[in-house]
Each structure stands twice: as C-alpha cells, then as structure tokens.
Ligand binder design. Sequence first.
Ligand code: MSP
Length: 515
Amino acid sequence: MSKPYYITTPIYYPNSDPHIGSVYTTLCCDVLARFMRLDGHEVKFLTGTDEHGQKIEQTATKLGKSPQEFVDEASKSFRNVLAVYNLSVDDFIRTTELRHKRGVQHFWELLEKKGYIYLGSYAGWYAVRDEAFYTESDLVDGKAPTGAPVEWVEEPSYFFKLSAFQDKLLEYYASHPDFIAPLSRRNEVLSFVKGGLKDLSVSRTSFKWGIPVPGNESHVIYVWLDALMNYLTALGYPDREKRDYTTFWPADVHMVGKDILRFHAVYWPAFLMAADLPLPKKIFAHGWWTNKGQKISKSLGNVIDPYEIAETYGVDQVRYFLIREVPFGNDGDYSEEALISRVNSQLSNELGNLVQRTLSMVWKNCEEKMPSPSIPFEEGDKALMKKAYSLIEDIRPLLQKDQALSKYVDLLWQLVGDANRYVDTQAPWALRKNNPPRMEVVLYTLCEVIRVLGILLQPLIPASAAKILDQLGVPEQARTFKNLEAVDALKPGAPIQEPQGIFPRLNDVRNPETC
Ligand code: MSP
C-alpha cells in the first residue's frame, strides 16, 4: 500500500441546511479521496458538523429547542446528503462528541502550560454569523467585511499569543511554498500576516454553548479553536500512539472555501506550532458559487437545494457539472442552463454516444460478445490505446500535487474526443460490410479505450462509471488504476451485457423546444 492520504472538509455549521456550497466542498474532497484509493493509497476522508458557538445557540433558542436537541437533529441532514451524492467519507465528526471535547480541553491545557494562553479582557466587534472578531478598521459601512452584522462585545477573555507567531509563520510559508494554494490566495494570506498579528481572543463568557475552559467554567472555548481541532480529535488526539494519528497526521489536504482560509492558514498553524505538533501539508481554498451571478443567501431566496437538483438532473450529472464548470480554485456560477447544456453536450453526446454506439455495434455485430481481433492492429489503433493507457501518468500529478480537478476532467474528455474521431474515421458500420475482421479490431480498440475511461471516471461519476464497466463485463476487482494496462485488457469473445443508455438527454424544463 502506498503512502496514506488524509483529506478533510471544513466541518459545517448545522444552523442551516446543506446547500450547494457545502456539497461542493465535500464533493471536491470525494473526487480526490476516490482517486487516491483507486491509486492504491490508504485514505481517510473526514467531514462533520461544527455544533458549538453563539450562532447555534441563537438558532436553537429561536426554535424553542435546547442547543443539544437542535444539533442532534440538524446534523442528520449533513449526514444524509453524503449518501445522496455518493460521498465516500470514512468518518463524520461532531464537535459535541466526547472524543472531540476531550481532545480540545487537553489541547487548551497544553497551550496554557506552554505559556501561550493568558487571561485578559476583550473589547471589540463580533459577528455571530462569521463567528469572528473584527477591529474598528476592519468594518465596512458598519458591517463585517463579509457583510455580516456586528455587535460590540466587552467581556473577560483568554487570549492566544498569536503575535508571537508572525515571524515563524512567514518563515514557514517561505520554506513551504505549496502550503497554501492557489497562489493568489497564498499571497493574500502573506500580506495579511505581514500586516501584523494581534493576540487572538479564544474564549467567550456571554453565552454558554461551547466547551468549558478547563479550570474556569465561566468561559467557553472560542468556537474556531474548538472546530479546527476536529482534524486532530478525529484521529484520536490526544492519544498520539493511536494508529489513526500515527498513520494520518499531518493531513495531506485541508479543503476549505476562500472565506475561511485565514482561520486555516494563520490561526490553525499557529496553534499547532504552539503545541509543537506537525502542520498539515496543504490548505487549498476553493472559490464560491453564485446563482446566476448573485451571491447565494437565504435572504435573497436563491439557495440551491442539493436534494432537489440531484432529483431533477441526476447525482452524477450534478457532480460532473460542479467539477467541470470551474477551474478549481476559481468562483463558479450556477445556472440551470449551464448544467443542462454541459450534461447534454458532454455527458450525453460526447461520452454517452461513444459508449452507446460502440457497445450497440458490438452487441449487434459480434454475437453479444467482446470483439475478437484476428488480424494485426494498425498504428492508429495502437496509438489510441497507448494514449489511453498512459493517461493516468498525466492525471496523477494534476490531482495529487495540484488538486486540479477540472483539468483532470479536461484530459479525460480529450480522450473521449479522440475516440469519437476514431469512430468517425474508421466507420465500423461500413467495415461490417466490406472488412469484418477489421471491424472487430476497431470495435475492440474502442472497447478497450472505454474500459480505461470507465476506470478513470470512477472518482468523478462513480455510479455511471460502474454502469459502463458492468456493460463491458469488467470484474469488480479489476477496476483499480493498477488495471489500467494492456495486461488487463478485455478478453476477446467474453460475453457483454445488453447496452443501455447511461446519460439520457435532459429537457430544459423551461424551454423544452431548445433541447
Ligand atoms: N464551521 C465553519 C468551518 C469550520 S472548519 C474547522 C464554517 N462552516 S460553514 O458551514 O459556514 O461553511 C462550510 C464551507 O462551505 C466553507 O468552506 C464555505 O466556504 C463553504 N461554502 C458556503 N457557501 C458557499 C458557496 N456559495 N460556494 C462555495 N462554497 C461555500 O465555515
């Protein structure tokens, strides 16, 4: 087994239902996690819910529930959406679990013992929606820079000596140029840290819903310190002898949205440095989805319900759209038109037709069996298969090193395009009449390319890729990246399943005549 791989999503606030943004973050991690598993790595893929803090307490109160009652219920919909979208998480952590609380309190005591936490008092602005502190100069028109309302807070507070880490962080960023990605985001963090770091308030006294500060229960631990620790407590921390901890820490990738990069790329590494723990290898900040150009928000009433679109368009269709639509790291704009157009042109026409017309010809003309080449392959056949077999070498660094999700799909579609052009130039329907042995060679070549595509598509559209591989008769145990070689090629003469269309064209619900 090659190197273990640990990938995490942010843990979600369950005060509102999962939406397209939260599904997106987990989906990106899912594609990477599935890819790494198929490539022979032992993977841990973690997600969960961030259940403490003032925001949750307020939401529960509004609903007339206790916070615990509220989060027990609300966290379920984040679990449910995982199954709907085929998101292959290995663990789901809730910050109200004992395993988490224990680890956070231990960590607090450690930082305190090392002299990085001291008691003082906080006077400043706080945005409950962001669960973040702001200074007067941060504010824009009386609001947080994120647009969240702020309130003035004055209370006793413990502080973390963040200011002591400014130089250490800058040194770390300089010696680990890949620590924060993409580059534009790295530059933002660098200039923030160069601008100077103030000590960070890490406890609150004006509400109760949180993990009590050990030894001073009138304080609860600041929800971001609590939440960030999930990445460690899910591995069994503070027990550093545990296999999970020794195998998976430091994490390979913390995937986050750009809005929460500062917490992950500044505060989190500083906390870890203070505790003398190794830092994660990479923080990747992806962009934000808008809906037809508008910021998605409850108040605008333009929230995209992930359950509804999965139901309407199909899970793999939505997975495909979200990953292909934006160069990973950029912002993306969701629209029904864009989704339908991509599904129809790329999944139904380009990939679907390739599979459907190839397998239908095989079914009809090769006695429902894999074609049996009886004459030598020509250069063009060999070149196409060679390209298919070597594609993994190009994809691997893109995903493993750069998390370049949309580029991975672009590369697959180049092969789809090559294969479709090959069908057109070879015209197997004509060969059927004038050169049947050559037809068998051409159809075999196509099936082999489709087998490779099916294997490589599994991380992106797992259910559809499985259907493709089932139709070709590829055994379940022969679907890893190790099998992407000529030695595991399809067996000539093996029976195949009757081909079924995999990607039906979507009707545009508003303009059916345009499809
Ligand atoms: N609880 C914190 C994270 C703690 S991690 C130690 C939090 N939760 S959140 O539910 O508000 O957001 C979770 C993730 O969803 C963030 O990465 C955020 O960027 C992402 N998204 C929320 N809305 C989004 C879009 N419209 N588009 C893309 N992602 C967005 O922050």
